[in-house]
Write a protein that binds this ligand. Structure first.
Ligand code: ADP
Length: 193
């Protein structure tokens, strides 16, 4: 059955998992990578922390156990997609080794490609895309990652992206170089352009 889906969709389903601080660039890169995969005729879906927390996980907050439950549910959803043959691009802070290991365990190590969007806290805070760092510094947001809640840099990510010194296109190229051979059945020169 798995083989049939693979042959039908001409792809190996994997989860491409972005981890990093708020404002690191996870959603931006996940979106751009999604466009690139669709351009090349790969069927993929995007799971993003902000939208998942408005829908399926609307009932969860940011304490340790809710963060874990957030990732547990997302991982189970990701698994359903890969069982269907669809590539998943996931953008979640997923701040601790324990939480990322939980995701890896549910999804399966061989299906999990971990990308660390390694943007330093001061850069994320300067960007402050959603104004959340300001609120956290003022004490208006509890359990904010990097300020009042821990972020443990991943130890085993397949890519460590320096978004402070590389632009979005360069980061996407770096990701593509790593992922294409893991998701494609065809050689690179036969993929849609
Ligand atoms: P996150 O999803 O991690 O919270 P966002 O993607 O929402 O972060 O925001 C990241 C911000 O950083 C965006 O405004 C984006 O344009 C900017 N940025 C600058 N350089 C990069 C880069 N190389 N990769 C990704 N984002 C970048």
């Amino acid at each position: 059955m798995k083989q049939v889906k693979r042959e039908t969709l001409q792809q190996r389903a994997k989860v491409i998992w972005f981890t990093g601080l708020s404002g690191a660039g996870k959603s931006t890169l996940a979106n751009e990578l999604g466009k690139k995969l669709l351009d090349k005729s790969f069927l993929c879906t995007l799971l993003d922390g902000d939208s998942i927390r408005k829908g399926v996980n609307f009932d969860l907050g940011y304490n340790e156990s809710d963060r874990k439950e957030n990732i547990r549910r997302v991982s189970e959803i990701s698994k359903l997609f890969i069982d269907t043959g669809v590539i998943v691009i996931s953008a979640f802070i997923s701040p601790t080794e324990e939480i990322r290991n939980l995701a890896k365990e549910i999804i399966g190590k061989d299906n999990f490609i971990e990308i660390f969007v390694n943007t330093p806290l001061d850069v994320c805070e300067k960007r402050d895309v959603k104004g959340l760092y300001k609120k956290a510094r003022q004490g208006d947001l509890k359990n904010f990652t990097g300020i009042s809640s821990p972020f443990e840099p991943p130890l085993n990510s397949e890519i460590n992206l320096d978004t402070n010194n590389k632009n979005v296109a360069e980061c996407v190229d770096e990701i593509w170089d790593l992922v294409w051979s893991q998701i494609a059945l065809l050689p690179k020169d036969q993929l849609a352009v």
